[in-house]
Design a protein around this ligand. Sequence first.
Ligand SMILES: [Fe+2]
Length: 338
Amino acid sequence: MPQIDELVLVPPFNVTRASHVVLNVRDLAASKRFYTELVGLVISDEDDATVWLRGLEERAHHSLVLHKSHDLSCQRIGMRVASETDIYQAQEVFARQGRKTEMLESPFQGLTLVVNDDAGVPLELCADMTACERMLKHYDRYRGACAQRLDHYQLQTPDVRQAWAFYQALGFRVSEYTYSQEQADLPHLWGVWLQRKGNPHDIVFTQGPGPRLHHFAYTLPDSNDLIRACDVAGALGYASCLERGPGRHGISGALFIYFRDPDGHRIELFNTHYQHIDAEPAQGWDLADPQRADQWGLPAQSKWFAEATPFTHVPLSSPDLHIDPPTLERFLAMANDA
Ligand SMILES: [Fe+2]
């Protein structure tokens, strides 16, 4: 098993960043209103069953795909790769590992490969997307939180170390991690913040029943837009959708708010992240340190710890931690923090 700071500098194929998330929603009109009027995304395309949305600074056609369905789950999370060659290389690598892969025809996307990671997460690798106009300077089109671009996903999984090992081998680097010292043999890994694009994270795994999508996150232009998002939420009747924040994370240091969409899918909106490019040791946080989750010490609602979106047709399993139930309950209540 590699060490937490061990880097794969020449990965078998080149993942460049978190790219897009595909969600099932019950009512397309209701979700469309939430994501355009409150979050501030723009619609790239739509039909009777699907809406494709992007952030204001994004050139790629979509970072959020909403499918009409009664199965309220996440179909897939997407990672962008550098070229079609990387897709074929990924297919070879996964075939050698005995994994089932599928080349997918997906509207507005180039060559697309689907595979499940070791946590069971359906992962979509995409080499290209239709290019759309960057709306960055169309300030007349800014609405709600004015979300700029998709930044990362956070997921729950019963085995964080297993999830980390899968992505570490693909060149993902750990910027920060959480651990507990309750087990005498070795510190237990509770969360890993993994990145390819040069900021603290593209994908995060924390301990919990899973695999489940805890949240996906968009950047905002400025910290003032967090307050504006709360005001707009109140004005549009979405006040009850505000689940946590505003606050400031210890891990990553960002100002944040979290909303639940009309179907309960959780979205984070945050202001900025630091640069993480040079080889450097990852920062570890003891779970006993309350400031890793929120520098201001504000507690989250209990549903924050328990509720997350399952993946379509992917069974859930729970952690087998060999920790006494009261301690386990306390740790699970601390496990999700960014
Ligand atoms: Fe996050």
